[in-house]
Ligand binder design. Structure first.
Ligand code: GUN
Ligand code: ZN
Length: 425
């Protein structure tokens, strides 16, 4: 039996444009793919089809979060201070607890379910350093049905908390996780190589990570240039490199499948390295303010043509809602203008929406499956109740209304590959 959703659809096109389709019908076939999308008419509905009236709702593609930390979920809103003390005072002690598998399971369930409730259907996440906790995260994501890129944090530089592993252990952890989980149970789950940041990795680990990712055609995720004290730490730990980005460039970590979170403090040479490598910048505006890290110059980067997406960065970001992150991307672009006494850097809602959906899917090489609402793609959809009768049929107005009214609210329902994974229809 096919399912037909009668509703209103927001479909991202590019940084400047989003289509709004008022009173359309979307048909989902038995394989969970989008079979048709056309204006409502009575004759559309065959006898055997299930028709769901969602006239008072708006449907978007499921959101894609490019940067988050599963083991930090319970630390949302906890802790004060800048990045490095925040990490050592709150985060490393919390992540250390993931050696307990029961705790790892409870936290994984809570994390993925909350992401789903906000309409996120694909999430890229860090786990703790532990192979078993990371394996549990894969199993939980598989049970829940969310799409995810999951990696154990790779840390081999010793620290006071003892939260690190030897390079030999890390190599065996990676082999274990890739063999057990990468594209094995379902095409929804991928292993992502996760050297945490140059502040916690030796050159040997970074080079090993880069070579492993290259030989196995895997994505890589790390952090870059988030905070000024972090830049000083890099000079101390890796003095042989000219700058922070150079560490990743020279160890082979800058690839067209590398996600770089934050990217606030970069000079022109470093930006050119990222651009040449076609690496992906993950903009995390909520986190960047929470830790008083700084403001990433989003529009400047977009004008340069850098590849960019949005990340919640929970728990430095205090919400797993991508509508919240979209709102913060818009609001932060205004703060940038204020701080520079400039105009014109404030981004449109269409831009923030594109970064949270289609743009992110393109960056993860999954735009042939998800990220937009088109025939033949998987039906990954977020459905929000929204009274659009009072609004003009202008997509920018409707998007703004969605973002600013729903940023801290759950979706009415969420589908992945046509299957309901949250809420009710
Ligand atoms: N840099 C290295 N690790 C982290 C982390 O867990 N959160 C953030 N925001 N930055 C980091
Ligand atoms: Zn992060």
């Amino acid at each position: 039996m096919k399912t037909i959703l009668r509703s209103n659809f927001l479909n991202p096109v590019n940084h400047d444009k989003c289509d709004f389709l008022c009173d359309y019908c979307l048909t989902i076939d038995e394989q969970g793919k989008i079979a048709s999308l056309e204006p409502y008419s009575e004759k559309l509905t065959g006898n055997n089809d299930r028709i769901v009236d969602l006239s008072n709702s708006v449907i978007t593609p499921g959101f894609i979060d490019l940067h988050s930390h599963l083991p930090q979920y319970s630390a949302i809103g906890i802790g004060k201070g800048a990045l490095l003390p925040w990490l050592s005072n709150y985060i490393i002690p919390l992540e250390s607890k993931f050696s307990n598998e029961q705790f790892a399971h409870e936290q994984s369930v809570a994390f993925f379910n909350e992401a789903l409730s906000f309409g996120t259907t694909t999430i890229v996440t860090y786990c703790s350093i532990h192979r078993h906790a990371t394996s549990i995260a894969f199993e939980t994501a598989s049970d829940i049905g969310i799409r995810a890129f999951i990696g154990n944090s790779l840390i081999d530089l010793p620290n006071e908390a003892g939260y690190f592993s030897s390079l030999e252990t890390i190599k065996s952890d990676i082999d274990f996780l890739v063999n057990k989980h990468h594209l094995t149970n379902s095409e929804k789950l991928q292993y992502i190589v996760t050297p945490r940041y140059a502040g916690s990795c030796t050159k040997e680990l970074m080079s090993y990570s880069a070579n492993f990712a290259k030989s196995n055609d895997l994505f890589i995720q790390t952090h870059l240039a988030e905070n000024k004290s972090e830049l000083e730490l890099m000079k101390k730990l890796h003095p042989e490199f000219d700058n922070y980005t150079g560490i990743y460039d020279k160890t082979g970590l800058l690839t067209d499948k590398t996600l770089l979170a934050h990217c606030i403090y970069l000079d022109q040479t470093e930006l050119a390295m990222i651009q040449n490598a076609r690496s992906i910048v993950c903009h995390c505006p909520t986190s960047n303010r929470y830790l008083s890290s700084g403001i990433m110059p989003l529009v400047d980067y977009q004008k340069m043509g850098l590849r960019i997406g949005l990340g919640t960065d929970v728990a430095a970001g205090y919400s797993l809602s991508m509508l919240n992150e979209a709102k913060e991307a818009i609001e932060t672009s205004k703060s940038y203008d204020i701080s520079k006494d400039e105009n014109g850097n404030d981004i449109s809602a269409a831009n923030a929406f594109y970064l949270s959906t289609k743009g992110a899917a393109e960056n993860l090489n999954i735009a042939d499956k998800v990220g937009t609402i088109h025939i033949g793609l998987d039906a990954d959809l977020a459905i929000f109740d929204l009274d659009i009768k009072q609004l003009s049929a202008n997509s920018e107005d409707i998007l703004r209304s969605l973002i600013y009214k729903k940023f801290n609210q759950s979706a009415k329902a969420v589908l992945i590959a046509g299957k309901r994974v949250y809420g009710s229809l």
